[in-house]
Ligand binder design. Structure first.
Ligand code: CMP
Length: 762
């Protein structure tokens, strides 16, 4: 009555708690049922608490009365000293599990062992599907991990195969030779194959079928008691070894799993080679005397002779060997043939201190090895070698799969990029590029990616945008190498057909931009070249040129940064030969440049620090009323990446400051550039963008002024952008601008706009 009241009161409390904490319904049901069971079986979960106030002596007496019988029924505790049992009884804790509860799971660190008082439990495999054993009242489990069945000896991390030479398997003191190993023998497999169980890890999962009453005994408590009862300990270990052996006879895939888990590389082999095949069973072996000598009383030899021998010479058996063999599942294997009697007799003779038994190191494993001339291992050996061979093959296979995979992925990546490029071109109304040069391009792309990587490693990267590659395509011409580093205070090179460049740093479109890269290793890269009609170049309009070797190299940046955009880049621009040659040149050039750049920087630290004439170095651009510069409000300054200044309604500083430039842009004096015009926007530049056979009119003198209205401009700019993209993707500007319908820049900042659009797109 009182009990049921207690249970009900408790249940109410728990119910309230669960509601408050919004415990899932199914869990609530489970808890309620658990209480029901408790109530039905008239058990109190707090049995211990009930007697906790009693003095230890009294508690012990009660516990012994209540539980001793249960304990006695447990195999592992049979034939142990009464004192030992009494000690244990005091430490038992009752626990109740619900149906389906897992009491322990394989692989967990074991901290308790359990005795089944009532109920039914299943020992199951990892997946919970295969039932290894069913446990009933009087059974126990969890002893393997708490008895540290594998902790004796060194932790094995390798196994060895004797290739040449002779080795001896010896006892702890090194005096007794247990076996001699020759070429073809192997050792160390026991520990690496986890044959000695998983140490303090659970070897299996245990699940409650219905409700089950268990007694739980903590590892600490167990060991506290065992310390005082060494004989009990030996017995317990012996039985554990025996059970282990039995477990191993269970589907061995489980044991192999342990091995796989501990050896990630072996995952593939899971289940392929049953552990039996690797198992070195003394039964199989033509057991040597040395091996027999290593056997303990607890692991009777498979051979009656050996058994008799051991029985007869029980006193001669080294205590180390006794303990070692107990640690060893190998010996346990043989113990499968032993009788209970033999096992039971063991403790009497094995009175060595426990520590002795646990001192065994290598020999714990080595006792499992066969002696000289032993052939029984052959099967196992072969299996291992086969496994090694298989794993090696698998490794090779995986490596090649890996390589194939990555090339496939590269291919896919490229295809996607290419498709993207095609679609972009379709949008432009341009037909997609020929596939003929795709491969070349792709190779170049890969090469350049590598180079990019190299450059990155060498710390040489550009902080500029990726328009560099576009300019690169524009630069593609017979003179192209002369364009290197055209910015940075330098104009295009003698003989060049290009005379209009955008500075990489300030976005200034000028022939005389003098902005110097501010950071070491930074390279001018954003060049958009507008073709200049050489014919119209006034003789004598010489410009100051400097050797490319003094200049920043857009090439380097091009290689550094822009091949990512190359999949959608010109198809017809490059010839592989040229490309390779250029690359060679570029490398040399870059090395030289690096050196000089540093020298230059040192010398000219405080040199005339050029300022962008548009943004004056502060990154703010302003809207110009006169030219289309910023008129859409969408120009950004490359320095600060802002478009703040684009709507302030002011004149472009360039307009204000350089009336002459503006007028010269609009004026018709083509090629009338004089030396005094240096640094100003050329009126005679021609944009020559060719899309396949079609020349695109980027900007033209013919463009009526009215066409610069914003709506028209918008259309135009869109076209320009797309055209530029097309240009960037497939074709270079034609040299024959006039013939091909190339148009001239009218001196406005459309090219700048073009540049911006390119940047936008990228
Ligand atoms: N094949 C098996 N048959 C019966 N019991 C087992 C088997 N395998 C493991 N066990 C028990 O399940 C327990 C899981 O935790 P332990 O490894 O500590 O100890 C294990 C044994 O007590």
């Amino acid at each position: 009555m009182i009990l049921s009241f207690l249970v009900t009161a408790k249940l109410d409390g728990v119910k309230t708690y669960m509601r408050m904490r919004r415990v899932p319904k199914h869990l609530q049901v489970k808890v309620i049922k658990w209480f029901d069971y408790l109530w039905l079986t008239q058990k109190c979960s707090d049995e211990e608490k009930a007697v906790s106030c009693l003095p230890d002596k009294l508690k012990a007496e009660i516990a012994i009365n209540v539980h001793l019988d249960t304990l006695r029924r447990v195999e592992i505790f049979q034939n142990t000293e009464a004192g030992f049992l009494c000690e244990l009884v005091l430490r038992l804790r009752p626990v109740l599990f619900s149906p389906g509860d897992y009491i322990c799971r394989k692989g967990e660190v074991g901290k308790e062992m359990y005795i089944v008082n009532r109920g039914r439990l299943q020992v199951v495999t990892d997946n919970g599907k295969t039932v290894l054993a069913t446990l009933k009242a009087g059974s126990y489990f969890g002893e393997i991990s708490i008895l540290n069945m594998r902790t004796a000896g060194e932790v094995g991390k390798e196994m060895y195969i004797v290739n040449r030479g002779r080795l001896q398997v010896v006892t702890d003191n090194g005096k007794t030779v247990l076996a001699t190993l020759k070429a073809g023998s192997y050792f160390g497999e026991i520990s690496i194959l986890n044959m000695r169980t998983a140490g303090n890890r659970r070897t299996a999962s245990v699940r409650s079928v219905g409700y089950s009453d268990l007694f739980v005994l903590s590892k600490k408590d167990m060991w506290d008691v065992l310390k005082e009862y060494p004989a009990a300990r030996i017995r317990l270990e012996a039985i554990a070894v025996k059970r282990l052996e039995k477990y191993k006879r269970a589907p061995l895939e489980k044991a192999a799993m342990g091995r796989c888990q501990s050896t990630p590389g072996l995952v593939e082999s899971r289940g392929r080679i049953p552990l039996e095949e690797m198992w070195v069973s003394p039964v199989d072996t033509k057991s040597t005397h040395a091996y027999s000598a290593g056997h303990s009383l607890f692991s009777p030899s498979p051979s009656p002779v050996t058994s008799r021998g051991l029985a007869g010479t029980g006193n001669n058996v080294n205590a180390n060997n006794v303990a070692r063999s107990m640690d060893s599942p190998m010996s346990a294997t043989s113990s499968g043939h032993s009788s209970e009697e033999q096992t039971a007799r063991a403790p009497q003779s094995a009175t060595a201190p426990p520590s002795t038994g646990r001192q065994s190191t290598h020999s714990g494993n080595m006792t499992q090895l066969v002696g000289e001339g032993a052939t029984p291992l052959l099967g196992t050996n072969e299996a291992l070698l086969a496994e090694i061979k298989r794993l090696r093959e698998r490794l090779i296979c995986l490596e090649s799969e890996n390589a194939a995979m990555s090339s496939k992925l590269n291919q896919q990546q490229w295809e996607v990029e290419n498709r993207l490029a095609e679609i972009e071109m379709q949008i432009c109304g341009a037909s997609s590029s020929s596939s003929l040069e795709d491969n070349n391009e792709r190779n170049r792309e890969i090469d350049d990616k590598e180079e990019l990587e190299e450059a990155r490693i060498s710390g040489r990267s550009s902080d500029t945008k990726s328009i560099g590659s576009l300019s690169q395509h524009f630069f593609e011409s017979d003179e192209d190498e002369k364009y290197y580093g055209t910015c940075n205070g330098y104009v295009s090179q003698p003989g060049s057909k290009s005379n209009l460049l955008l500075c990489s740093e300030c976005d200034q479109k000028t022939r005389t931009c003098t902005y110097r890269p501010q950071t070491p290793g930074s390279y001018c890269s954003r060049y958009v070249e507008e073709r200049f009609d050489d014919q119209l170049q006034e003789p004598g309009t010489s410009r100051t040129y400097r050797s490319p070797s003094h200049m920043s190299s857009p090439r380097s940046v091009y290689h550094d940064q822009d091949y990512s955009g190359q999949s959608s880049s010109p198809k017809s621009l490059y010839r592989d030969q040229e490309y390779q040659a250029r690359r060679g040149w570029t490398k040399k050039y870059e090395q030289e440049h690096d050196r000089r750049d540093y020298e230059d920087r040192d010398l000219k630290q405080d040199d005339d620090s050029p300022v962008c004439e548009v943004c004056h170095g502060n990154g703010n651009v302003v809207q110009c009323e006169h030219c289309d510069f910023s008129s859409e409000g969408d120009l950004i300054c490359f320095r600060c990446q802002s478009d703040e200044g684009s709507s302030n309604g002011q004149n472009c500083p360039r307009c204000e400051k350089n009336e002459r430039i503006l007028s010269s842009r609009i004026g018709s004096q083509r090629g009338a550039t004089s030396s005094s015009d240096e640094g100003k926007y050329p009126v005679d530049a021609v944009v020559k963008i060719q899309v396949n056979d079609h020349m695109i009119d980027v900007d033209s003198d013919e463009t009526p002024e009215s066409d610069l209205s914003s709506s028209h401009h918008h259309q135009r700019s869109t076209m320009e952008r797309l055209d530029t993209i097309v240009e960037a993707k497939g074709d270079t500007a034609s040299e024959n601008d006039e013939e091909n319908g190339g148009t001239k820049l009218n001196g406005t900042s459309s090219a700048r706009y073009l540049n911006y659009m390119i940047v936008l797109f990228l």
